[in-house]
Design a protein around this ligand. Sequence first.
Ligand code: EPZ
Length: 417
Amino acid sequence: MAKLVIQGRNKLKGRVKIGGSKNSSVAIIPAVLLGDGPSTLENVPAIRDVQVFAQILKDLGALVSLNQNTMTISPNGFASHVAPYDLVRKLRASYYLMGVLLAKFGKAEVGLPGGCDIGPRPIDQHLKGFKALGAAVSLEGGVVRLHANKLQGAPIYLDIPSVGATINIMLAACMAEGTTLIENAAKEPHVVDLANCLNAMGARIHGAGTDIIRIRGVKSLKGTSHSVIPDDIESATYMMAAVATAGDVEVEGVITKHLEPVVAKLREAGASIEQNGDYIRVIGPERPDPVNVKTLPYPGFPTDAQQPLTAMLTRARGVSVIHESVYENRFGYVSELIKMGANIKVQGKTAVVEGTSRLVGSPVRATDLRAGASLMVAGLSAEGTTEVYGLEIIERGYESVVEKLKGLGADVRRVED
Ligand code: EPZ
């Protein structure tokens, strides 16, 4: 295990290059298995989740080469409809293999993804979609088994705009017979990125990014080249670190449209923000103003940015109210912030943060990826030394995080524990 050791209070300054989207990459990597030929993916983040997925694809028989941020995948050896359980349990997004294996082989065996620190994470909407397309679904021994002699397009109304269900159904439907309609679909940027990649492979998907996605099944798909969109949550995290340290930071290589809800909220918190082409400059005030926020599916404020935002607000000049409406319990990390002197009260899905003038560094532990991001932001703005245990968890979703923070003038180092 490793820890991130931070000497806080340095004002972050300078430019940081934002990498490719983790959540888009973990959807597109399995998706290109549907092509009859090789695909090349650019701007893939060099993070552990991507490396684990590359190994999963190799275990399934595909040829995969990963060179820093470029991945090439040749599916012609891909012949197994059984996902390797030991790897699947390491990576929740491996559940996209359900849609891919079903579309490719008419059958799939994929270990159930576990819940995690932010809630039970059910997949009932995914399974509802597969059933609507004509698949038989069984759940036993922790494995989802799917089978369909033929996938038939169908209308599917999602009970909630689930990102995972929208993506999994899109993957299963793109070579089904006939037309599939996904209503109440998720509109996240990475849903659109996947649709664009599948369409470049020959799929006929329209309406991604709206709440109605129409998918006309095609007979086959070909390989393609695709560049993954930038990671809006990585951008949001560095922007919030800038505000938390009264710094002056430019995040570059972003799509400003994807960050509109974050920019709006940081302006409310007193940051001055300039946007120009593919970069955003964030100048933080001495201490942020308090804000109220409610996390919502896109284009609402992203739930994945709730934790770093809460950390930023622990030093606000007043009381902020944060409502987490996407997950059941995504405030588990708050107890670690309280160790650092934060004044937060959690009541169900709402956290009330009473800003204090100072946080004090302390040993804290990352329990999930964005909780780790929160503790990192808090440590950067705290006095003294903060040790964030579980740096590997942060590195799951933040490429070269220690180097990027150092590049912004943070006093941080990675220490093997
Ligand atoms: C994706 O998870 C992201 N992960 C999450 O990011 C992100 O928090 C989430 O979307 C919301 O934006 C990836 O893209 C790999 P959902 P996903 O299905 O697809 C409930 C991160 O930190 N639900 O939109 O699992 C579910 O329990 C991760 O990068 C059902 O009830 O999110 C949750 O409360 C964390 N039944 C809510 O919907 C279902 O069948 C949103 O889930 C599916 C979901």
